[in-house]
Design a protein around this ligand. Structure first.
Ligand code: ADP
Ligand code: MN
Ligand code: MN
Ligand code: MN
Ligand code: MN
Length: 338
């Protein structure tokens, strides 16, 4: 008996890495199987030079493959050099260290992944050679005049659920063809591994509908919303009291922190964080209750309950979840430890 294991990894494409995958046939049963290391040609993925191109895939998370079904699986991998050190494109290794360091604070994350479907060169729902009606009716809309791609979105949601991912919801977004799904709340490594797999499933599901999906943070210039990845965050102390919520918000504004974060929140961040379209300007840090124009929002229920979580609204849709969860854990947990 054999099963198919789809090994997925993150490549070295700049400024935004892409997902790659290939299939390994393994003997036996996926349940409880020890998943072997594998290799690939790093010179074809912007990860190595041709004269020394072998890189190593190390499985870090696996789940049922909802597309192939049966006993087949998806395998999220990290990329190592042949001496088993993390490759320079591997951002997971640094998160693993920070997550371990602050594990006692029990940080958890929920990430809202926005994205846009494209039909060739145009966002799905944009008429040939022109623009649709201005924004206003599309967000959480219903009806064929407002909604484009729901069949793909539903198929992707079902695939995430069949894979057992911690997906927590979906909604139509502000621009036609733009959607969102949320993953979490989960620990830093779990939410990041599962968000990468959910992204892979998005591209793979859309492929069968002849539609492409993009995490481009500003897919249409002008008066159209960009695509973000609002990152919701809490520690045990924040889930128990409001002082910790304020400490976390303040820590993100200290010294060089605003810039340290923003410059690692996805390529093209200044195109999206303009101060318009429900964003704060990229170079001005602010936080506020129920404020969708702030860098960091404290949801209104959190102020009322005097406990809960905060929402960092700055990350771009194309952010690396291993990086944003590392930065938030590092900055906020260090401040909360004092
Ligand atoms: P919005 O109102 O900003 O659109 P969403 O409902 O899309 O919010 O997303 C909120 C996210 O916050 C969800 O992924 C949810 O799982 C997550 N979340 C809820 N509670 C917490 C918490 N205590 N810590 C971290 N994340 C949380
Ligand atoms: Mn080959
Ligand atoms: Mn949302
Ligand atoms: Mn949204
Ligand atoms: Mn949000």
């Amino acid at each position: 008996m054999t099963f198919k294991a789809e090994y997925i990894w993150i490549d070295g494409t700049a400024p935004t890495a892409k997902l790659r995958s290939k299939t390994k046939i393994l003997a036996g049963d996926a349940q409880g199987a020890q998943l072997p290391l594998w290799g690939f040609d790093g010179s074809s993925t912007n990860q190595a030079e041709g004269h020394f191109s072998d890189l190593v895939l190390k499985p870090v998370f696996s789940c049922p493959d909802p597309i192939r079904g049966g006993g087949d699986i998806l395998v999220m991998c990290e990329v190592l050099n042949t001496d088993m050190t993390p490759h320079r494109s591997n951002t997971r290794a640094a998160l693993a260290e920070v997550a371990e360091k602050f594990a006692a604070q029990e940080p958890i994350f929920g990430i809202e992944q926005e994205y846009t479907f494209f039909d060739g060169m145009r966002p799905l729902g944009f008429p040939e050679g022109g623009f649709p009606a201005p924004q206003g009716g599309y967000y959480c809309g219903v009806g064929a005049d407002e909604i484009f791609g729901r069949d793909v979105v539903e198929a992707h949601l079902d695939n995430c659920l069949k894979a057992g991912l911690g997906i927590s919801g979906i909604n139509a977004e502000v621009m036609p063809g733009q959607w969102e799904f949320q993953v979490g709340p989960l620990s830093p490594l779990e939410v990041s591994d599962q968000l990468w797999v959910a992204r892979w499933l998005l591209y793979r599901t859309a492929e069968d509908f002849n539609v492409s999906a993009t995490l481009d943070p500003k897919p249409v210039k002008g008066d159209w919303n960009g695509a973000g990845a609002h990152t919701n965050f809490s520690t045990k102390a924040m889930r128990e009291g409001y002082d910790a919520i304020i400490t976390a918000c303040e820590s993100l504004g200290e010294g060089s922190k605003p810039l340290d974060h923003v410059k690692n929140y996805g390529a093209g961040i200044d195109d999206r964080l303009t101060g318009a379209h429900e964003t704060a300007p990229w170079d001005e840090y602010s936080y506020g209750v129920a404020d969708r124009g702030a860098s960091v929002r404290i949801p209104w229920q959190v102020e009322r309950d005097r406990k809960g979580y905060i929402e960092d609204r700055r990350p771009n849709a194309n952010v690396d979840p291993y990086v944003v969860t590392r930065l938030l854990t590092d900055t906020c947990c260090a401040a909360l430890e004092k």
